[in-house]
Design a protein around this ligand. Structure first.
Ligand SMILES: Cc1ncc(COP(=O)(O)O)c(C=O)c1O
Length: 397
């Protein structure tokens, strides 16, 4: 295991480890459409977003394959022997919470074994219990060769990330001496960050947060599906796993604005995701609920609340959404424009909407991988409390 401070670094370490293990002739890396793996150069070279890649000259060797498409990956690995690594998010986050078809990860494992390709599972967003299992790949009972973790590994408090690999990969990568020159940077795995991560992991298991993510996630999904049935013209899809949920809205042309004819289509072109932006913004200004967005699909709101969320917080969120959606698309747009308190644009993350171009409304603040229902604790709060009172720890299960 190698420790680092950010998810991007963990991905860099994973790519370097795979390259060492596979050797010069197999330096190619397959990555998925709409992937997001970070913003350092190596991570960007396997991140699909044109917005993030636009201004940077990237290392060569990345080949893009459609996410979730077994036949496409099989064809690529058969044709191109230079591909020694496949990097995939088991559930895509930045893409707008996209779960691959059942059996996809198992097929990826089989194909990688068949072609002697290493599989990096990027669990920076989907890991640490977010989907109801510690790793999202566990839902398909498979084991990747290399895994990356970050974000909630530090309990919402410490900057810590990890790259974990199998013993076989470590042996292959470290057979020369060069790998030792690539060990972590100055602040990677400091005692304080590790102590916080250990406390966060204890909280995760002692407080049953994996089960909670599964149970509350299923409840939230069910409530959102019921909401979608009440507002069929506005909500296109509810999808996800555990507490990693995407709520996809329709465009203006479908959202009850058909009467406007070509004007509605023009609105969709000029303001992609306008309805999601209005709902997300009003959720914050009127109901104090923060949600995430994504540049890849501007119609999606990302719901990734703290794993300790309770039924009552789901009820508050769903009531808030119901209140907003009952107004209809036209009034929602008008209310959004009237409030005029457009929150600051997100920090330019590709997994949130970057907002180049003056025509786009500014979108609500991004809060990393969490948003908070009114009254719900920030996820870091549990870890802070525990770190301050270590004796309060419940007995380990
Ligand atoms: C799947 C995935 N990998 C890597 C990263 C990069 O992590 P960081 O922002 O900590 O560099 C992210 C960030 O959103 C992510 O979602």
């Amino acid at each position: 295991m190698q420790l680092a401070c950010t998810g991007s670094e963990a991905v860099e370490n994973a790519l370097r480890l795979a390259q060492h293990a596979q050797g010069r002739r197999r330096r190619g890396v397959a990555y998925a459409t709409n992937s997001f793996h970070g913003k350092t150069r190596g991570a960007l070279s396997v991140t699909d977003s044109p917005l993030c890649r636009a201004t940077v000259r990237l290392p060569q060797g990345g080949v893009r394959v459609p996410f979730g498409d077994v036949a496409a990956l099989a064809g690529l690995l058969r044709r191109d022997r230079s591909i020694g690594t496949v990097i995939l998010e088991p559930v895509q986050g930045g893409a707008g919470i996209v779960v691959p078809p059942p059996g996809y990860l198992a097929a990826v494992r089989q194909l990688c074994d068949k072609h002697d390709v290493l599989w990096i599972a990027d669990e920076v967003q989907s890991g640490c219990g977010r989907t109801g299992r510690f790793f999202a790949f566990e839902h398909e009972d498979v084991v990747p060769d290399i895994v990356t973790l970050a974000k909630s590994l530090g309990g919402g408090k410490a900057a810590i990330a990890a790259t974990i690999c199998t013993r076989a990969v470590a042996r292959r990568a470290h057979r020369g001496s060069a790998a030792l020159h690539h060990t972590p940077g100055t602040f990677a795995g400091t005692g304080e960050a590790c102590a916080t991560a250990i406390t966060a992991l204890n909280v995760l298991y002692d407080e049953g947060l994996l089960d909670n993510a599964r149970i509350i996630g299923a409840y939230l999904t069910g409530e959102l599906e019921a909401l979608a049935r009440r507002h069929p013209g506005l909500i296109a899809e509810v999808r996800g796993k555990g507490l990693m949920i995407g709520l996809e809205f329709t465009g203006a042309a479908r959202a009850g604005l058909r009467a406007l004819g070509p004007v509605a289509s023009a609105m969709d072109r000029a303001l992609p995701g306008g309805l999601a932006v209005a709902v997300g913004s009003l959720l914050k200004s009127e109901h104090s609920v923060l949600v995430g967005f994504t540049d890849y699909n501007r119609n999606v709101l990302r719901l990734q609340p703290p794993l300790g969320i309770e039924h009552k917080h789901v009820d508050q969120l769903v009531a808030a959404l119901d209140d907003l959606l009952s107004r209809g698309a036209l009034r929602l747009g008008a209310d959004f424009l009237r409030t005029g308190r457009a929150p600051r644009a997100p920090g330019g993350a590709c997994d949130a909407p970057g907002t180049p171009g003056a025509h786009r409304p500014r979108t609500p603040e991004r809060t990393g991988s969490e948003q908070r229902a009114p009254g719900a604790p920030f996820s870091g709060e549990r870890v802070r409390r525990r770190a301050a009172h270590p004796g309060a720890r419940a007995a380990a299960p």
